[in-house]
Design a protein around this ligand. Sequence first.
Ligand code: ATP
Length: 238
Amino acid sequence: MTALLEVTGLRVAYGKIEAVKGIDFTVHTGQIVTLIGTNGAGKTTTLRTLSGLLRPTAGTVRFDGQPLGGVPAHRIVARGLAHSPEGRHIFPRLTIAENLQLGAFLRKDTDGIAHDIRRAYELFPILGERARQPAGTLSGGEQQMLAMARALMSRPKLLMLDEPSMGLSPIMMQKIMATIRELKAAGTTILLVEQNAQAALSLADHGHVMETGRIVLSGTGPELLGNASVRKAYLGED
Ligand code: ATP
């Protein structure tokens, strides 16, 4: 298997506060890898660093065979790493179609963009039905779908999803999780950050448990789902 993303000894600090304290993990092409852990564990900080929004204080990141150190965020997107951020960050006054177009801002292939917008509407029919409406009129779950669809518009080699289930009803959450499964089946490689450990581990080939900036446990999705300490700490069992 080819390593698409290789993170080695990554450290990230906000001033004097070290939020990520030396983590190592790998994502292979075609896999879903998840980072789970409670609030403040450093998951979002890790994704923001991989996207080039934060600078690490130490460590290396290799993506698709090349180092990412010092590469600006827009160049990282162009290399094939897309980020659907926590809290979604869609543009509420722009229409759904315009939000999707913005996800393709680095592309020039008009036909390919039109094709991918049609594909987004197949994946998420509600987005097609409401294409001309302001994105701010969508429900929280629908906005999450738009954020995912927008990230896919850059045709990423790796899609990073930060808390896609946050604030969603159980039905909406199942829909999002089913879509992540579909994306994987279609060949998308995914790095998934989730507080909903059960949902994330059920989907993931590999998972890493983060606590206060460190990876404290790693394994396959089924191994971690069956691990007694994970079940106790993250799945609410006694
Ligand atoms: P959450 O699910 O709440 O986002 P997380 O695992 O993603 O949790 P991070 O958001 O990466 O965790 O936060 C890691 C640590 O860094 C926390 O202690 C947090 O308070 C701190 N932190 C995050 N953003 C900043 C910031 N802009 N300035 C200072 N400290 C920050």
